[in-house]
Design a binder for this molecule. Structure first.
Ligand code: NAG
Length: 140
């Protein structure tokens, strides 16, 4: 219990450190959200997976998820060039760095595949790659 409280406090202080440094950064830099904003948004969003889809639609959902992940995955041989650039950037990024153009291009490249299944697109792909990469309202 004590351990959990300490952990929670650590997380809160990390978040506020990011929050303040992010705001300073944002005044100086461009408009795109930071890596931290993006990750924080994803954490708050409750992405759904295909196993939560309608049973009738599930296998299509899996197939589309698999095709889409071939496009964006860090480990895929068939990843789009922009996605490869995005992962290279991500590996060496800090939380206060902004999302790079390659992120948006990667999202655009792979949305083509994701759009083939409505559930996958709206519950997984869109929140992670489109919604959370827009400028966030500062409601946290
Ligand atoms: C997944 O990709 C394969 C190969 O490109 C294609 O034949 C198949 O139709 C795609 N699946 C869906 C559900 O879009």
């Amino acid at each position: 219990m004590k351990y959990q409280a300490i952990l929670l406090l650590t997380v809160i202080s990390l978040i506020s450190t990011f929050y303040y440094s992010k705001n300073q950064y944002r005044i100086l830099k461009q408009n795109q959200p930071t890596i931290f904003d993006w990750q924080y948004c994803i954490e708050r969003t409750m992405l759904k997976t295909c196993d939560q889809d309608d049973p009738q639609d599930r296998s299509n959902c899996y197939s589309v998820a698999s095709n889409t992940s071939k496009c964006y995955s860090e480990t895929s041989q068939q990843a789009s060039t922009s996605c490869v650039h995005w992962w290279i950037y991500f590996e060496s990024s800090k939380g206060k760095d902004t999302l790079p153009d390659s992120f948006y291009q990667c999202a655009e490249d792979c949305a083509e595949y994701a759009k083939e299944n409505t559930f996958y697109f709206s519950q997984t792909f869109q929140p992670m790659w489109i919604k959370c990469s827009q400028q966030q309202k500062k409601d946290y």
